[in-house]
Design a protein around this ligand. Structure first.
Ligand SMILES: CC(=O)SCCNC(=O)CCNC(=O)[C@H](O)C(C)(C)COP(=O)(O)OP(=O)(O)OC[C@H]1O[C@@H](n2cnc3c(N)ncnc32)[C@H](O)[C@@H]1OP(=O)(O)O
Length: 389
């Protein structure tokens, strides 16, 4: 019999070690733990206990989420989900997920999934996706002249400047999430070996700093690949200048950027569209609407006739019901639904990555006129997060 408990500070390292073990990694050495410990926030780490032993973990970080229309709501970034191999497939994760939903104050949660079959049953749906691109540096040219300036910054400067810039520049597109202090420490600046040549560059335009890129050059046997980890820009001009800068760096064969927005118009930026090869499409954000009425009321809708959406939620039954969606907003209703779907699929639709028509075609939702719902849920920009955790 396992019991789910919220951990205190003295148990965080055991939590971390158990989770790493489920990914087949050894326990973190002290120098890595020094950075990882700062990502633990009070009251946000659950573990499953079998007697005195931890056999499962879940965790979340306090964050925010940008919605269609620009509203920003609190959001929980869920991570470090793992169950010890000798305790899997007996409901441990299911119990931890329930305990986590009960404990969370945020109306929505997102995660990155290790496998595609795990999280739908818990109400998470694929809400943003990304594409990995490789740019042949010698074939890529950006017409015109740079309009701003790109300057390299050292790691200490980047550690102060980039979080501020992400807050102002990176929180525009629906799907973007606020980065917590521990994210920066663990992902970009803390957990980096001294010989890792991670480079940060900041763009400034007429109104000051308005974009940045973080990258590293890998020296392979045959080719040198510049890998872009992070690229944010406030304007098309800053975005074009940052790419112009990247393809201008000497002793590089290819520029690879992982999980970029599906609508990033690189093929239109370079004179030769074939300089860009898409090497992968991947799901990025898995979104769980925890408070469905609140979340439906927070995003905006396009013009169109009113539609009633019927939602079923097995784990959080209070969400189950019908919602009237109009160009002015969303509210509960007793009317019969025009389209019906489960909460994981509402998560997939919510930011605009997929459509009712696609889900009805794939037999995942029902309704005779999905196009009417799609008109209301239509967005002008493909949602994308850009923050891996
Ligand atoms: C956000 C992140 O941290 S992503 C990282 C996720 N962690 C990992 O991938 C680490 C390795 N895997 C694990 O630790 C475990 O297998 C977990 C956490 C994925 C699943 O934990 P479990 O305790 O086995 O899940 P639980 O027993 O509650 O399963 C619930 C249901 O999901 C199914 N399920 C769970 N994991 C999987 C899986 N990997 N593949 C297929 N089905 C799965 C179960 O069969 C069960 O189905 P049922 O309700 O029809 O019986």
């Amino acid at each position: 019999m396992t019991e789910i408990r919220v951990l205190d500070e003295s148990q965080y390292r055991d939590h971390h070690t158990l989770f790493r073990g489920t990914l087949h990694h050894a326990a973190a050495p002290d120098e890595v733990w020094e950075h990882a410990r700062n990502s633990y926030e009070p009251g946000r780490s659950h573990a499953a206990f079998d007697g005195a032993e931890i056999v499962g973990t879940v965790q979340s970080f306090g964050s925010s989420l940008v919605l269609p229309g620009g509203a920003v709501v609190p959001h929980a970034a869920v991570s470090r989900v793992g169950v010890r191999a000798d305790h899997t497939r007996r409901g441990v994760l299911s119990s931890m997920m329930r305990a986590q939903f009960d404990a969370l104050d945020e109306p929505a949660a997102t995660l990155r999934a290790s496998e595609g079959v795990i999280y739908g049953r818990f109400g998470y749906g694929v809400a943003t996706r990304g594409r990995t691109v490789r740019v042949d540096r010698r074939r890529a040219a950006v017409p015109g002249e740079a309009t701003g300036r790109v300057r390299l910054v050292d790691r200490d400067t980047a550690g102060k400047l980039l979080p501020e810039l992400h807050d102002s520049v990176g929180m525009k597109r629906p799907g973007a999430i606020g980065r917590w202090t521990g994210w920066w420490e663990l992902n970009l600046f803390g957990n980096i070996k001294p010989d890792d040549n991670l480079v940060s560059a900041v763009h400034s335009g007429p109104d000051g700093d308005d974009g940045f890129v973080v990258y590293k050059v890998d020296h392979g046997d045959k080719e040198r690949v510049l890998k872009v980890y992070d690229l944010c820009a406030a304007s098309p001009a800053a975005w074009a200048d940052l790419w112009r800068y990247l393809i201008g760096i000497d002793l590089v064969d290819e520029v690879e950027a992982w999980l970029r927005p599906l609508d990033e118009p690189l093929e239109w930026l370079f004179t030769d569209p074939r300089a860009v090869k898409v090497t992968e499409f991947e799901d990025e954000t898995w979104l769980r609407l925890i408070d469905v009425p609140f979340m439906l009321a927070q995003r905006t809708y396009a013009d169109g006739d009113p539609v009633v959406v019927g939602v079923t939620d097995r784990l959080i039954p209070v969400n189950t019901g019908s919602y009237l969606i109009t160009p002015d907003g969303a509210s509960r209703t007793d009317q019969a639904p025009d389209v019906e779907l489960s909460v994981d699929l509402l998560g997939a639709l919510y930011l605009g990555d997929t459509t009712f028509r696609q889900l009805v075609t794939a037999n995942r939702a029902t309704g005779s006129n999905p196009a009417a719902a799609d008109r209301l849920f239509a967005v002008s920009e493909v949602p994308w997060c850009g923050t891996y955790f």
